[in-house]
Ligand binder design. Structure first.
Ligand code: ADP
Length: 167
């Protein structure tokens, strides 16, 4: 049987314990997972693409529950559905937290289906322990000097602190 390939697209600015929960559980569904950051120059981000990729890679390596040999972390200039098709993906993976995520995800899902109807999207509901975590709240808490250790892996905690010193 051929490998079942998944694509998990996102901004990951920065990667949080919520994203890692989706990656971990996504690995139960897919044999191989591409974590993909679209190279969207219009979007102003806290970390550069390369920094975000490196943080995801380090967080995955540090997590004993994630098999990093089955994961690639990359950026793409393509639309994510087109990237998914180019790597022979079976589906894209997205996480759902609150009802508030639903409307945006539904719109994205429909748009992606119109662009490429062969690529399915699979949604995983976030685990309740991490369902309140978002990259934007993490950045906001850190900017106000708060403790983000419950929301992100250690490498991210350090990287956010370093970045704030440099800013
Ligand atoms: P995007 O800008 O594409 O929404 P994000 O990095 O914010 O990028 O999110 C990528 C995906 O991860 C989205 O599907 C989002 O809903 C999901 N996600 C983010 N945080 C969590 C979390 N705490 N629990 C579950 N899914 C999450």
């Amino acid at each position: 049987m051929s490998e079942r390939i998944g694509v998990y697209p996102g901004s990951f600015d920065p990667v949080t314990n919520g994203h890692l929960d989706i990656i971990k559980r996504g690995m139960e569904i897919f044999d191989h997972l591409y974590v993909v950051i679209p190279n969207n120059i219009q979007k102003k981000t806290f970390f550069t693409i390369q920094e975000r990729i490196d943080l995801i890679k380090k967080a995955i390596l540090d997590d004993p529950n994630i098999d990093d040999s089955r994961i690639d972390v990359v950026s793409t200039e393509l639309l994510t559905v087109e990237f998914a098709e180019s790597v022979g993906a079976y589906a894209m993976l997205r996480g759902l937290r609150m009802v508030s995520d639903f409307e945006y995800e539904m719109q994205l899902f429909t748009t992606n289906k119109i662009i490429n109807k062969k690529i399915e999207t699979i949604f995983i509901m976030s685990s309740h322990e991490v369902s309140y975590i978002s990259s934007s709240t993490v950045k906001e808490i850190a900017l106000f000097g708060g403790d983000i250790s419950s929301f992100v892996p250690e490498v991210v905690q350090k990287a956010v602190a370093d970045k704030l010193i440099k800013k």
